[in-house]
Ligand binder design. Structure first.
Ligand SMILES: Cc1cc2nc3c(=O)[nH]c(=O)nc-3n(C[C@H](O)[C@H](O)[C@H](O)COP(=O)(O)O)c2cc1C
Length: 175
């Protein structure tokens, strides 16, 4: 399940779906107006095609904005929490691993997701977009805001992290 505004999380979700040969579906907000989301105004999401209850695990993929778990993803969990068996949250975000616990870091969002899922969140994984940038631009907000994941830059460190992520999925699978 994914939501993406600029395409990086769509790319990541598609990579995951291809690698695992699993179903994929986009979360579609009823009104998809980015500025309204930033103001925390949200009218929920459209009904899904897939039946979440039938899946052993759901991998939820989406960005982080202003240090927040964004409204379309939040709505998905609120609406389907009782039907979710296990969830893994994945985000292509701006914040680096080093800055994950700062105000705009992914660490705080991950804690919130774990709390919402009340024991059903197996793990969370960040793929900071800086992983595809040269060393001198990794911490540069301007550079990462302009960068989007695509086949041409999905190599090197991000590819290694992705392989590790696939390994972690297998390790944490129920017997
Ligand atoms: C308005 C805005 C605010 C953002 N705030 C954060 C943030 O607080 N923390 C973070 O890690 N990334 C932040 N980002 C970076 C996005 O998470 C990142 O660009 C992400 O890859 C976008 O995903 P998408 O291409 O799937 O839409 C922000 C991006 C935008 C546009």
């Amino acid at each position: 399940m994914y939501y993406s505004n600029k395409g990086s999380n769509k790319f990541l979700a598609e990579k995951i779906s291809e690698s695992l040969s699993c179903d994929i579906e986009e979360i579609k907000p009823r009104i998809n107006i980015f500025l309204l989301f930033l103001m925390n105004i949200h009218l929920g999401i459209r009904p899904l095609k897939h039946n979440i209850k039938e899946y052993e695990r759901v991998i939820l993929c989406g960005p982080i904005w202003m240090g927040k778990f964004i409204p379309p993803l939040r709505s998905f969990i609120r609406k389907y929490n009782t039907k979710i068996n296990q969830l893994i949250f994945v985000s292509c975000c701006g914040s680096t691993y080093v800055k994950k616990d700062e105000k705009f870091g992914h660490g705080l969002v991950f804690k919130e997701v774990e709390k919402m899922l009340n024991g059903k969140c197996v793990f969370c994984q960040a793929f900071p977009v800086g992983l595809v940038l040269p060393d001198d631009q990794k911490e540069d907000p301007e550079a990462f805001m302009k960068t989007h994941l695509k086949d041409e830059n999905f190599k090197g460190e991000i590819q290694e992290r992705f392989t590790e992520f696939l390994g972690k999925l297998t390790e944490t699978e129920r017997n």
